[in-house]
Write a protein that binds this ligand. Sequence first.
Ligand SMILES: [Zn+2]
Length: 181
Amino acid sequence: MQYQDKDFGTIHITVNPRARRIIMRPVVGGLRVTVPPYRSLTLGEVKEVIDNHRSALLRNWHKVNERPVTSDEELKYLRKAAKQYLPIRLAELAQQFNFHYTGLKIQSSRTRWGSCSGTNSINLSLFLMRVPEHLIDYVILHELCHTVHHDHSDRFWALMDEVTGGKAKELRKQLANYTTA
Ligand SMILES: [Zn+2]
């Protein structure tokens, strides 16, 4: 049996007589679910189990589905989109929450989404253009908060919570589902 899922793609469900529990394995373009035969599981029950493990599964799914190389064409597109969007959004959020930064560099960094220098100049990765807008905001706000606290202290996270409506850690968790690769 199979069905479509908004995050994973095709969910393939198979019954394995030797399975002792539900096993979920991310594959390219989908998820393989093996269920034990001892009782008939409804599709609703399988979906519920997937939902309960969705964020962790998604993390692994992204590793499996990661594109190894970004084509020159895609990189060009991302860079153009980043240059159009990020400077404006950074300025908006800085103004909204009264932060001051000294500059912005858009980088093709694959190791981090952003950083903030000792002189409060902000670097943002062009790969941010692949994540949802509210998570781009999270990264921008994260770097803007570093203009006030240059560390990840409790005071830093308290400020993050102030500017994200108390959702800082939740947003950080969501961002972990994406990679800069
Ligand atoms: Zn940080």
